[in-house]
Ligand binder design. Sequence first.
Ligand code: SAM
Ligand code: SF4
Length: 461
Amino acid sequence: MIPTKEIFAIDEKEIHALIRGGRAGRHDVSRILARAREGRRLGLAEIAALLSVEAPRDLEAIFQGAREVKEQVFGKRIILFAPLYLSNRCANNCLYCGFRRENREAARKTLSVPDVVREAAFLFEQGYRRLLLVAGETQGDASLAYLCDAVEAIYRETPMRMVHVNAAPLSVEGFRRLKGGGAGVYQCFQETYHVATYRRMHPSGPKRDYAWRLSVMDRAMEGGFGDVGMGVLFGLYDYRFEALSVVAHALYLEQAFGVGPHTVSVPRLQPAPGAALSRAPHPVSDAVFKKIVAVFRLALPYAGVVVSTREGATLRDAVIRIGASQISAGSRTDIGGYADGAERAGTPQFSLRDSRSLDEMVRSVLEAELLPSLCTACYRTGRTGEHFRRAAESGALQERCLANALLSLMEYLQRHGSAGSRAAGLQRIEAVLEEVPDEALRRRLADRLDRVRRGEADLHQ
Ligand code: SAM
Ligand code: SF4
């Protein structure tokens, strides 16, 4: 008999007990951080203890630990991308979202496939190399066919190098089709792992089915997605419960499929025009938000931690220093907002708090003494899923990723950068090159950077 995989479920009592145990302060923060620095995996009780920390000195220690772990695994690289909203039509009624079906005020719009291509081409010209397609949920095969058409048309008709997708859960067969079209990461947020809150927040539509959503990552992986992106919408329920549940879910995926999530996102509830919820039932402060980012970094060292423009500039500049490794830039959540501007676009999903352009973000990342990267090499050379994790664990990715980050940054600066970002970027590239200890490697890399400076594109290894 073929053994059946155990189905993942959240044991709410157990998670609440862990939170109570964490609060009792039985665990020693510095001992836990020492284990994380040594590359050991933390247990849920240890993560609960970190989440319960409130003393400023202990919080600083957590931020410092997260910064070090981030550098060990990802170096100084910060990946930049843009979301591309395809449609604000939705069959669901999520109380927090401006796209909900019962928002009668919304100007509904679905981009035609040629318009999707136009938006992607526009974004490529701004310097983006990876996009995250985002859509409301419409039912039936037509929506899957539309999504697949959009992904395939972008690859066929624009030079965009990587397309990820954040859309409603699919069947295994649906995921196979989407993956077959070349989608990179499949991203879907559980929103809340707390069943009663989930039911309250999702009064109708297909998303009401908690179990279907909870099992989405299993189906995505079975359908061929080695890379999945998880998250919850912070603000709906107790952040400790949610963060612990995300980690428990990630550990389950590691056990069941041999690979954990490729990314963990940290969306926090923002006001949305036409949403039924006027404020977060469990507000998360900026200080707590920073703690969550740092704890995810320590708990899931190989996952990219993604922070979107839902957050303001000051906070985003802070979290890239304590564990976040991917950020969106210059985002719009209105439909068709990039090429057409606000007047002709459909209603946005929620308010954005960081309106800096890609070029301004590149400069901010450089000012933080980090390295902006527009690299997409891993997905395109098959270094995904389990392969990516093992390479990251062995440190083998460090050298290759550093080279690819520098090459992609050079391409950006030469083709799209403003005078200011070009000057700052070239200076950083020089400084990073000087730190490469192996002389032969340094010379090879300098040579390739020079080729990009002289106009070659898409050099990567
Ligand atoms: N419709 C699909 C779904 O719900 O999974 C995918 C796209 S949805 C537009 C992407 C994510 O936006 C949701 O998973 C939710 O976490 C987030 N979101 C919705 N309303 C939000 C709000 N008011 N503030 C911040 N994030 C929000
Ligand atoms: Fe639709 Fe997604 Fe918004 Fe819910 S969060 S209303 S499913 S777009």
